[in-house]
Design a protein around this ligand. Structure first.
Ligand SMILES: [Zn+2]
Length: 569
């Protein structure tokens, strides 16, 4: 990054020239001046400051309040922040912004805590939508059901006249009623599709109501498709939520044409209030034929705040239903190591071709075997094409074999963690520890170990899998406890990280991952005014209180995209 540092230094020196050679001529007038603040710039040259000024879409001053006020003109808004914090706007480096937004308008089961609550919500939603031919939606948590296997009979009891399909919160399982199974023609003789599993009643062999991975597609293909209006509506809802949490840029985790069209439409109309790097969904079954198709999409979706320069590959499923690919068998199932969604040789060939075509590769990998396969594929691509500055990254990283931890830094692969998951909730205690056993469970979400190697750590929510709020994820990374828990014993305390590491993951490192580090990600003169005001200085509160902090103001390109009503003008 030496080029960027040079640019910043040049701009700073020019600003000095303006001030010192102007013979009393006032400095450039600012539109907004924030004074008396705890400004954390995330820049090495001036990590802390007291004030910041914005003109147009850029930061024009970072320094003392007294000097900042020299940029005050008649139209300048000056806000005394009384010690509140100013940070670069957050980047969420793994989020399904459109799909999550669409889900908000469907039967939304996120956050419900019992099976009874879930069924009551489904019943209520069906009653409120009598004309819907299908009941769709999702967000149910796997631990609410024995063995993470909800049954069709429970859904039949609340909706029997229409088909129902509800995705799990992690998106890797679907719960269906008998009507949906009948329409899809799934009975005891239906074989499991490749890359999927139909859960069955152990006594009768009949489909019991839970479909894993590709098996959900047997029903999903019957659901009437969403139209462009649904996607745009969903994106608007997602944007509002993102800006409220201080997010000014994202990496869309998996984009197909419908999702890309929604981003492009709002980019054209000037309503895209986050900067978007879209990761193009790769159909791994199509293999190398995907490369020209993705290249055409990349060319087509280059907009003002939108680019589609990344390719997303799913290598395995998730841990709890044992669809994650492991190096050693699941503790309770001898011989079963889970099955990767792509063969190693095909993966290597695909990674090599995408790397050659200039795509940044964004990988979903959960189990230690999936992660090793990913590092192997990226290493093979580097050997074949030369290790260029590709900024490939692997998301989720639930279980990393210790031998693979140094490879991220060595290969220049960024580690994209969803730190909110790194505590002993029921997903871990009830569904993960029993199937992994104690030895390797030590290596669940090893954020600290990866950070200590010097690898680039990025942060993402995977919303709507879990909340988009970066402050909750940051707190969990520091405490390895639930975001609502009081101070106490950390889960795998060796893997805790410090606040600076996590703030960097959600700001400067995010900008780097999006290849925008020259333009944003730190608060420096000449960079975009993508910044947030938080109601307290995060460095001055205990780690267990970080998630209680509130974002009061979000600016993207100097434009206000969120303001808390409690924060006056
Ligand atoms: Zn995801």
């Amino acid at each position: 990054m030496p080029r960027i540092k040079t640019t910043a230094v040049t701009l700073v020196s020019l600003a000095w020239l303006t001030v010192s050679c102007g013979g009393g001529r006032p400095a450039e007038q600012a539109d907004l001046i924030l004074t008396n603040a705890a400004v954390t710039t995330m820049s090495a040259t001036r990590p802390k400051a007291e004030a910041l000024a914005v003109a147009g879409d850029k930061i024009v001053f970072v320094g003392t309040s007294r000097e900042a006020l020299r940029r005050r003109g008649e139209a300048t808004r000056v806000v005394d922040l009384g010690g509140r914090m100013v940070l670069p706007a957050f980047q969420d480096s793994h989020v399904h912004l459109v799909a999550g937004g669409v889900e908000l308008g469907l039967c939304d089961l996120n956050g419900l805590r019992t099976k009874e609550e879930v069924l009551a919500k489904v019943s209520e939603y069906a009653a409120a939508h009598p004309d819907a031919a299908w009941i769709t939606g999702g967000g149910w948590d796997l631990p609410l059901f024995p063995q993470a296997k909800p049954r069709k009979e429970d859904l039949d009891a609340v909706v029997s006249d229409r088909p129902v399909i509800l995705d799990s919160a992690d998106g890797h399982s679907a719960w269906v009623n008998s009507r949906a199974l009948a329409l899809a023609g799934i009975d005891r003789n239906t074989p499991d599709p490749a890359g999927g599993r139909i859960e069955r009643d152990p006594r009768t062999g009949a489909a019991s109501g839970t479909l894993r991975e590709s098996a959900a597609g047997l029903v999903e293909k019957l659901v009437p498709e969403l139209g462009p209006v649904d996607f745009i509506k969903g994106l608007r809802a997602g944007l509002a939520l993102a800006n409220r949490f201080g997010i000014g840029s994202i990496i869309e985790a998996s984009a197909g044409p419908g999702i890309l069209d929604a981003y492009a439409a709002l980019d054209r109309s000037g309503e895209l209030t986050v900067r978007v790097l879209a990761s193009l969904y790769v159909d791994t079954d199509a293999g190398l034929a995907e490369v020209p198709r993705l290249t055409a999409l990349r060319d087509r979706y280059a907009g003002t705040r939108l680019k589609a320069t990344a390719a997303k590959i799913f290598v395995d499923g998730v841990m709890e239903p044992r669809t994650a690919a492991l190096l050693e068998p699941y503790a309770d199932r001898p011989g079963d190591r889970g099955t990767p969604l792509i063969e190693p040789a095909a993966f290597d060939a695909l990674a090599r071709a995408l790397d050659q075509a200039g795509f940044q590769i964004h990988i979903h990998a959960i189990g230690d075997r999936a992660i090793r396969m990913s590092l192997d594929a990226l290493e093979a691509a580097g050997r074949a094409n030369g290790f260029r500055d590709m900024r490939h990254h692997i998301a989720h990283l639930e279980l990393i074999d210790p031998a693979d931890i140094p490879r991220f830094e060595r290969l220049g692969v960024a580690a994209n963690f969803q730190a909110l998951w790194a505590y002993a909730d029921t997903y871990i205690t009830d569904l993960t520890l029993p199937i992994l056993g104690p030895g390797r469970s030590r290596w669940l979400y090893p954020i600290g170990s990866v950070a200590r190697t010097g690898a680039v750590i990025a942060g993402g929510s995977d919303w709507s899998v879990s909340t988009m709020d970066p402050l909750q994820a940051i707190q969990v990374a520091l405490t390895r406890r639930g975001p609502d828990d009081p101070p106490g014993e950390a889960w795998i305390p060796e893997e805790r990280v410090d606040l600076q590491t996590m703030l960097r993951a959600y700001t400067a490192n995010g900008a780097w991952l999006s290849r925008d580090e020259g333009a944003r990600g730190t608060l420096e003169v000449g960079k975009a005014a993508d910044l947030i005001v938080i109601d307290r200085d995060l460095f001055a509160v205990p780690a267990s209180e970080i998630a209680r902090a509130k974002v009061l103001l979000t600016l993207v390109g100097g434009r206000e995209v969120f303001r808390d009503p409690a924060f006056g003008r």
